[in-house]
Design a protein around this ligand. Structure first.
Ligand code: HEC
Length: 95
């Protein structure tokens, strides 16, 4: 937990996980994470607009990044968090 908190700031800007040299994109990086970890329960997240609505409301960030109670059984690794945070930070575009 401490390591995650210390890592979070610099990794948004210039992270490991092969993300430093390229922009995070929704189709290539984010969608596979959502498919694997979320749509079994949140079927509507298959649609970018549904996912984006929860990001705009702040619910996504609150539950996934701050409280970390989504997905309920865990399963996101450090790189998944970095990718999701960086995508949101960069404006969470659909392309
Ligand atoms: C095992 C089923 C399950 C999985 C997997 C799951 N969720 Fe959820 N999620 C729920 C349930 C049930 C609720 C409503 C109850 C609550 O708020 O705790 C919920 C609520 C939420 C909310 C609050 C807003 C809303 O839609 O009610 C967000 C945001 C959210 N989930 C995001 C995610 C994300 C992102 C993932 C994948 C990283 C994920 N969840 C994976 C079951 C799940």
């Amino acid at each position: 937990m401490t390591a995650c908190q210390t890592a979070s700031k610099e990794t948004i800007e210039s992270g490991p996980c092969g993300t430093a040299a390229k922009e995070i994109t929704y189709p290539a990086d984010v969608k596979p994470i959502i498919r694997q970890h979320c749509i079994s329960c949140h079927a509507d997240y298959i649609f970018y607009d549904s996912l984006n609505a929860d990001i705009n409301s702040g619910e996504f960030y609150k539950r996934v990044v701050v409280k970390r109670d989504m997905p309920p059984s865990g399963g996101l690794d450090t790189c998944d968090y970095i990718i999701l945070k960086r995508w949101i930070y960069n404006g969470h575009y659909s392309n």
